[in-house]
Every structure is written in C-alpha cells, then in structure tokens.
Design a protein around this ligand. Structure first.
Ligand SMILES: [Zn+2]
Length: 310
C-alpha cells in the first residue's frame, strides 16, 4: 500500500492507494492558505498520519503539488499566491522530516498525467499530452510511460504558450498574450465580466450559455477555439498519439469541445491530426492522488536499487 497526497490552493487530499491504483480511502482538508507554507505542509502531514493510524505503515508517500516542482531535488521552484511561501520550499525534505518516511514530490498535473498514462485514458498510448483547463491551464507530456521533465525539471507549462503576440491580455505569470489569458477558467470569468459588467463563475456562465445567452456562448466559444488553435500547434510539434483533457472548464464540454475541435482542425497538419485522438480524463478527482502514489512506488524502488548498489 502507498499513500498519495494532492496539495492544491483550496484543498489538500490524501488517500491510501493499493498496488492496482485503486483508492481505498480518501480524506481531505481545506488548504490553510492564510497561515502560510508551514501550516500547509503540516496539514498535509497530519492527513497522512491520520491514514497511517487507520491503515498501518506504508513504504513511501507521494505528493502532487500545485506550482513548479522539481521532482529531482524535491524543491518547489515556483508557486503563485494560491500557495503562499511555497516558492523555494524544500517540500520533500520538510515532509520526510515530519513523516519519517521516504517522500516523492511532483507537480500536480504531472502526477495526474502519470496516473492517466498508466491507469486511465492514456493506457497503451506511447505519447500522451495531458491538458488541464481549470482556473489556469497546465500540461504534461508522458512518453513511453515516463513523465517528460526537460532540462529544468519543470517542462510542460503550456498555459504560457503565446497566443496573441501584440497587446495580449495580461497573464498571471506577468507576461502578455499567453493562452491562459484567453482559455482558462479565470480568463472566461474575466472576459465575461469585462463585456457584461457582471462577475459570475464559469458554471453560471455555462448555464447562461445553455439557456441561450449570446454573450455567454460567445465567451466560451472564443476560449475553446483559442485552446484548440494552440493545441493544434502542439500536435504539429509533438505529434502525440493522444491528447487527454481534464479540469473544471471541461464541465461545459458540449459547448467547449466542438469549437476546440474546430481550432485543432484549423491549425494541426492533417497527417498529425489523424494520428492523434482527443479524450477525456478518466480518473478525474483521484488522478493526482493515484499519480502521486505511483511516484511513491518509484521512490521505494529507487531506494531498494540504491541499497543494492551500496
Ligand atoms: Zn503566462
């Protein structure tokens, strides 16, 4: 048995996962954002300790966290205001001190991608690109079952691909014109508010679109098309066998997916578009937990190999 942890800006979840990737028990707590990094790490450790008391010892713990996480060093390289104090935090070291267990850490989208590639929508797929469209946009590439991390360790920030080069919308990363400023949940809310003068969430915008409101339909359509065009360019670059889509914005798939497909058709070269299927995530809410547990398993296997080499 292994334990996987999912650290996000609103909640922290922890679960006991068996060898087949089934979540046997899942518990969660609100992320204590106002109390800072140490409180967030302590909350995660307490959830794990709660599971250990109920289910007995485990060999390792895996953590998928929001932010740019360097799996190799265990350090959170960068994180936004959703996880205050996480920038530069030695997350693996802190959790290993608190838990006295081997810990593996990774970016949450990469953890989810690993789970989908091994046990979900990407089973049997050799090149899988996971695209998560929530408040922001995240991505991860899994090649032959392995997460691609690049030279920096944090590859996959596809939300910051340039969509509009001149006078683009401001992105939370500080740059202008990133796709995240056009197609994310935050962007959909902001654009709708700018056009209508009313601030409402994506679910409400989606409801209005379904009820036939022109502005709501237009905002969602533009967002889906923008993402489709961007992913079309990625298909041309990477030629993945599958793009797996997930995240809260996909709740409005009947509005978003047809225009996303239109954008893909516009931009992707035909031979590469034909080789790529677009799918929905299968593991959804548990993907990060399960992926984190798979990383914990790798960590114990690495440990055993290390001992054998000593
Ligand atoms: Zn950006």
């Amino acid at each position: 048995m292994l334990i996987g942890v999912d650290i996000g800006g609103t909640k922290i979840a922890a679960g006991v996962v068996d060898a087949d990737g089934r979540v046997l028990e899942r518990i969660q707590a609100s992320t204590p954002v106002t109390r800072g990094a140490e409180a967030i790490v302590t909350t995660a450790a307490e959830l794990v300790q709660g599971l250990l008391r109920l289910h007995g010892p485990v060999s390792a713990v895996g953590v998928g966290s929001a932010g740019q996480v360097d799996h190799e060093s265990g350090i959170v390289v960068d994180a936004n205001e959703n996880l205050p104090g996480f920038r530069g935090l030695p997350l693996r070291e802190r959790l290993e001190e608190l838990l006295q267990l081997p810990v593996a850490v990774e970016n949450d989208v990469k953890a989810a991608a690993l789970a989908e590639a091994q046990l979900g929508a990407g089973r049997g797929v050799r090149q899988m690109l996971l695209v998560m469209v929530g408040t922001g946009i995240g991505g991860a590439l899994v090649l032959d079952g392995k997460v691609y991390r690049g030279a920096s360790g944090v590859a996959g920030e596809l939300g910051h691909l340039l969509f509009r080069p001149e006078q683009g919308r401001l992105c939370p990363c500080g740059r202008r014109g990133c796709i995240e400023g056009y197609a994310s949940g935050r962007a959909i809310m902001e654009i709708y508010a700018e056009e209508s003068g009313r601030s409402i969430d994506v679910a409400t915008i989606a409801k209005r679109a379904r009820d036939g409101e022109t502005l709501a339909r237009e905002v969602l359509t533009q967002a889906g098309r923008a993402l489709g065009l961007t992913l079309g360019g990625l298909i041309n670059t990477l030629s993945p066998e599958a793009i797996v889509l997930g995240g809260g914005v996909l709740q409005v798939e009947e509005l978003y997916l047809p225009v996303l497909e239109y954008g893909l058709q516009m931009q992707a070269l035909p031979v590469m578009r034909r080789s790529c299927t677009v799918r929905r995530m299968e593991l959804v809410h548990d993907a990060v937990l399960i992926g984190a547990s798979l990383l914990a398993k790798e960590r114990t296997e690495d440990g055993r190999r290390g001992q054998a080499a000593d």
